[in-house]
Structure formats: C-alpha cells, structure tokens
Design a protein around this ligand. Sequence first.
Ligand code: SF4
Length: 185
Amino acid sequence: MKAARPLLLHACCGPCMTVVCEQLQREGFVVTAFFYNPNIHPWKERERRLQALTGYADSKGINLEIDEEYPLEENIRMLLDAENRCSACFKDRLTATADRARELGIENFSTTLSVSPYQNQSYIMEAGSAAEKKSGVRFIYRDFREFYKESIRISSEARMYRQSYCGCIFSERDRYLNLRSPGEV
Ligand code: SF4
C-alpha cells in the first residue's frame, strides 16, 4: 500500500475538480484544493464557479483553500502584455499554487486544468515545471483528458454550474462572437 502524500490541487471550477480529485486520491494523494483564478471575469462568474467548487468540496469533505484576492486590473494588464495569453495565465496560476503549497508545507501540487481538451497541455506542463523549479515543490502532471466526459456526466447529474467559456473576458468574447449569426452586431 502506497503512503499518503499531501498535494495542493489548483482547482479552476467544480466540474473539473470532480474527476481529477478522485483520480489523484486513488493514487494515494491527500488532496487540498486551492482556488486562485483571477483570470475569471467578471466577478459574478468567478463567484458562480467558486460556489460550485465549494459545494462539491463540502460534499466530499475536501479541504479548500481560497485566495480571496481579485486583482482584475493587474490580471487584464498581464494578459494584454503577454506574448501568449494562455501560457502567461497558466504560469500565474500554477506559480501561485506552488508558492501556497510551500507556505503550507505541502510537497506536491497539481492542477485540474489538464482535464480539459480545450487547454494546451504543453503550456500546462511548462507552467508547472517552471513553478516547480522556482518553489522546490514537486509538480504532478497527469493528462486527465480521458475523464473529461465523466466530469460532464457527474456535474450534470449533480446539477452543478458549468461555465460556457474559459474564463477571461477575451475568451468570453471569442466564445459568443463565434456563435453570432451573420449580420448580427
Ligand atoms: S482563454 Fe482561458 S487560459 Fe487563456 S488566458 Fe483566458 S482564461 Fe486564461
């Protein structure tokens, strides 16, 4: 039997948390979830995702750490200045997770982001490795995409809030602009 290992899991939302947490627990990790997502715009959307996550964590008895800061201007500036917006966004969130893990004395960290087929796995790996190097906390990368459909099933059955865009205001625009019918403004 494997020894229990503590892990801080960066969690973007409730639906992604469901299967990722379960898989990591199966591997013997003792998971504490961490919500740090200043990239979710606007505030109400952040609140909806956080509520879904909190409800799930409570129902499963999972410890949840929440970063209450919401540096909107700083986040938008960072995304605007970045050469690669999503890469910068992952780096910001995974660096914060690794730093928090170090503060808490947790020796591993991971993220729910890798369950999504819409996210770039190379950027996630790069961001996690960079945060590991900087913090000394071990990054546990897993490609969880095979469980994505299962996360939809579980969250739909639980009537959990599921977002319709990635997070930042730019992704919201891209999502709905692409849905717009011809001639619509
Ligand atoms: S699309 Fe998603 S991952 Fe990319 S910058 Fe926006 S919130 Fe971050």
